[in-house]
Design a protein around this ligand. Structure first.
Ligand SMILES: [Zn+2]
Length: 286
């Protein structure tokens, strides 16, 4: 791979679980792929805890979810050769022990793929996030993107194919403070809806989760009595409409009906001078 290649832009996305990318930024991924960008997805865990059904074993849910995940990524245009599946057990990544394992592994992948942009969850959200895999992936991918350029870190992994690499920027999803609003109207939204529907096991899990926790509060929402696929269609569109409204409030010049929001952070000294940058149109992601 050519380190100086910027066209099509190469993007590496980290996700903790085999559904985070599709549910959170599936429209953006579909759009970026359709624009000719080279999008890689690295999935950290295997989904082995993603069921509330006592009749389903961890092996069974892992097998089910892996198959759903491959179909969903295909719906977004991400081919098997751009999808990297790691083998950490679901909900078992230790956010306090990532520097000896997860960080060097992420850094090696960044040094191998050499993306201009790394995408991960927003670590500013970490204190409110109950899931350890989310917290570990958010912080570790951010650190790895920034530090992959430093040859004194993990020098044992350097070789002809694995060289220090300067990532230029990080885009964060699941952010409270989006600054990049991707217009997903049309085909990208359709692809996101279709990708989400592939995760039948996870749509069932989300509906069960909502029903059971609401029941503990003596509450009941008819929404969660609907077939899980219908809940997804409704929520997917509603969230995209809400994000578009947030975009227009932020930038009234944008004419946008369905959006996904991410936060952009440039790395190193570039973040200090970002207001003076004239980013070429080909590198815009919205
Ligand atoms: Zn997740």
């Amino acid at each position: 791979m050519n380190a100086s290649q910027h066209d099509p832009e190469r993007i590496l996305i980290f996700e903790p679980h085999p559904d985070d990318v599709a549910f959170q930024i599936g429209g953006s991924v579909a759009k970026w792929v359709s624009q000719g960008r080279e999008v890689f997805v690295c999935t950290v865990t295997n989904g082995s805890s993603s069921t509330f059904n006592p009749a389903v074993t961890r092996e069974q849910i892992t097998e089910t979810l892996m198959a759903e995940h491959v179909r969903a990524l295909s719906r977004l245009g991400v081919d098997a050769d751009h999808y990297i599946q790691w083998d950490y057990d679901d909900c078992c990544v230790d956010p306090g022990a990532t520097h000896t394992d997860l960080r060097p592994r992420m850094m090696e992948l960044i040094r191998r793929i050499r993306p201009v942009t790394v995408v991960t969850l927003d670590p500013t959200h970490n204190m409110m996030d109950e899931n350890p895999d989310h917290r570990a992936t958010a912080l570790c991918a951010f650190e790895s993107a920034a530090l992959a350029a430093t040859h004194t870190l993990y020098p044992g992994q350097l070789s002809q194919d694995v060289q220090p690499h300067f990532v230029s920027r990080v885009l964060f999803y699941m952010s409270e403070f989006p600054t990049v609003f991707v217009n997903i109207e049309g085909a990208p939204l359709d692809a996101k809806l279709a990708a989400g529907l592939e995760y039948a096991s996870q749509l069932e899990l989300l509906a069960t989760d909502a029903r059971r926790r609401l029941a503990g509060l003596g509450a009941h929402l008819p929404l969660f009595d609907m077939p899980p696929g219908d809940i997804w269609r409704m929520m997917c569109r509603q969230i995209a409409e809400d994000m578009a409204a947030e975009c227009v409030a932020w930038d009234p010049a944008r004419d946008i009906q369905f959006a996904e929001g991410l936060r952009m952070q440039y790395l190193g000294i570039v973040d200090k001078i970002k207001d003076f940058l004239d980013i070429p149109e080909s590198l815009r992601l919205d």
